[in-house]
Design a protein around this ligand. Structure first.
Ligand code: MSP
Length: 525
């Protein structure tokens, strides 16, 4: 029996560049939550996609000498391949140039037009194409040449003025309703630091938002005024609706079951769009508002935000080639506290890999599997209850509650630490029980069997909880323990109950799951 639906999104990414470590970060995080909640009994939807309209993408295409559509088409494989490489199990991939997205955008804004939330006016002000964002003059910064630059990306901004008539959404009318909503839903914006920023921003007053452009045609035409295309954010946010079937008659039931979203995972740079504009749009449409917007921090290299344009963007595939996909996922999820900015480095990645994966988890499997071979001819021994002390069971018994609470708070670091605590305890247990000594004494045969059984059973349970972070190695451990397909688990709580590893199962030793790495031997060139 399913516990219900659980719907999650990543942002839909601009296609001006291929996915990099920053965009992969949000995507892996969303996938980790989704994988866990599938194992935890939920019917999960995970929507991702590509944000293809707007001036930034059109300019990029022009720079490449291609039509915007041809450029976007050429970028799709890069995104799909990156997500496949990282084992992302999305359920829908929305491209904003798809006809179904145009249906969503047209249906949604026509509805708001008919409800009186739009009016025509003219916008005089500043726009940053790179951020696809309007800025108030007093938010801008100046560069050395005295030019106004974007406060976020520091690029020169454009003055948009005169003559261009736009459609405006009456965002200013939502100041009070939004503040009331934040108050009544204190965990709508996570983590709390972001919530405070947004509340302060909204208290400062909201301006109406221009949601259409007429000087420019790379976008979805608005049906009530054909010369206008939707502003890129007035299009992109609605991809979340498209991804679970809005405006798709064949998916009406699905949409009803999956809306509203449980989480939108976004970087802190785009929380305003998600925490202010998006809920206001939904309030205007009379649609339920998502449960949580989680604004994570930035990955930094040497203290600076990593980005493709700054040229400090190593590609995910570079790291996967060295560390493997599971270690990639584990490092980013466990070593940077989700919600905070975090420095990443090759040295640190090797350190975490060697400590947590090679020396703790991987080594534990090798050691215990080898002992099973040596003392029990590669078969899980039958253990008599109480034949040996078992300090592992209480830790294993408490693991679901701990892990689940961490996942509920999107605390991947805590979740990984909870599993590592059990792995560390098994390593100590093996050390303390010294099976190699027990094996010398006939009278201790039952104790030896119990020690090996307890260690193997703990390994089974560790594999279960590592699976959302590291799906491949967990599947492999299940296989080596002669167990079924870990992917079929939909009730991790009962699967994790102690004592389910069948005695007599054949155990395969296999190669080390995480061979040790030497930082000096790694060459990224
Ligand atoms: N297209 C918009 C999102 C529309 S959602 C309706 C967009 N796209 S983006 O391609 O620029 O990337 C978005 C995501 O990547 C953001 O969540 C952003 O925070 C994240 N990251 C980009 N660089 C990053 C880091 N260096 N570190 C962590 N995440 C970063 O914005």
């Amino acid at each position: 029996m399913s516990k219900g639906t659980f719907s999650v999104t990543t942002p839909i990414y601009y296609v001006n560049a291929a996915p990099h470590l920053g965009t992969a970060y949000t995507t892996v995080a969303a996938d980790t939550v989704c994988r866990y909640q599938r194992m935890n009994g939920y019917d999960v939807a995970m929507v991702t996609g590509m944000d293809e309209h707007g001036q930034k993408v059109a300019d990029t295409a022009e720079g490449k000498g291609m039509s915007p559509q041809a450029w976007c088409d050429s970028m799709e494989p890069a995104f799909r391949e990156a997500w496949d490489l990282l084992d992302i199990r999305y359920t829908d991939f929305v491209r904003t140039t798809e006809p179904r997205q145009a249906r969503t955008v047209q249906k949604f804004w026509t509805d708001l037009y008919e409800k009186g939330w739009l009016y025509k006016g003219s916008y005089e002000g500043w726009y940053c194409v790179h951020e696809e964002t309007y800025y108030a003059e007093n938010d801008l910064e100046k560069n050395e040449d005295g030019e106004y630059v974007c406060p976020d990306c520091k690029r020169p901004v454009q003055l948009m003025s005169s003559g261009e008539e736009n459609w405006f959404f009456k965002l200013s009318e939502f100041q009070e309703p939004l503040l009331k909503f934040y108050d009544e839903h204190p965990d709508f914006i996570l983590p709390t630091t972001r919530r405070n920023e947004i509340v302060t921003f909204v208290k400062g007053g909201l301006k109406d938002l221009s949601i259409s452009r007429s000087t420019f045609d790379w976008g979805v035409p608005l049906p009530f005024d054909e010369g206008h295309v939707a502003y890129v954010w007035a299009d992109a946010l609605l991809a979340y609706a498209t991804g679970i079937g809005y405006a798709d008659p064949d998916r009406a039931d699905e949409f009803a079951a999956r809306w509203p979203y449980k989480y939108h995972f976004v970087g802190k740079d785009i929380t305003r769009f998600h925490c202010v504009i998006w809920p206001a749009m939904l309030m205007a449409a009379g649609m339920p508002i998502p449960e949580h917007i989680f604004g994570h921090g930035f990955l930094l290299t040497k203290g600076e935000k990593m980005s493709k344009s700054k040229g400090n963007g190593v590609m995910p595939s570079d790291l996967v080639n060295i560390f493997g996909v599971d270690a990639y996922r584990y490092y980013f999820m466990s070593d940077v506290q989700f919600g905070h900015d975090g420095n990443i480095s090759m040295e640190r990645m090797v350190q975490v890999y060697n400590a947590d994966l090679a020396n703790t988890w991987g080594n534990l499997c090798s050691r215990v599997f080898n002992m099973t071979k040596k003392y029990f001819a590669r078969q899980v021994p039958a253990a008599k209850p109480d034949a040996a002390a078992n300090p592992l069971k209480p830790i294993a018994d408490g693991l679901y509650a701990k892990f689940d609470a961490c996942m509920e708070n999107v605390d991947f670091t805590g979740a990984a630490a909870a599993v590592q605590e059990l792995a560390g305890a098994v390593n100590h247990y093996v050390e303390d029980s010294a099976p190699w000594n027990l094996a010398k004494d006939e009278a201790k045969a039952d104790e030896l069997a119990a020690v090996i059984y307890n260690a193997l059973e703990s390994i089974r349970i560790i594999a279960l909880f590592m699976a959302p972070l590291m799906p491949n190695t967990s599947a492999e451990v299940f296989r080596r323990l002669g167990l079924g397909d870990i992917d079929e688990i939909v009730d991790i709580e009962s699967a994790a109950a102690w004592g389910q590893l069948p005695a007599g199962n054949p155990v395969e030793i296999g190669d080390p799951l995480f061979p040790r790495l030497d930082v000096d031997a790694i060459n990224l060139d």
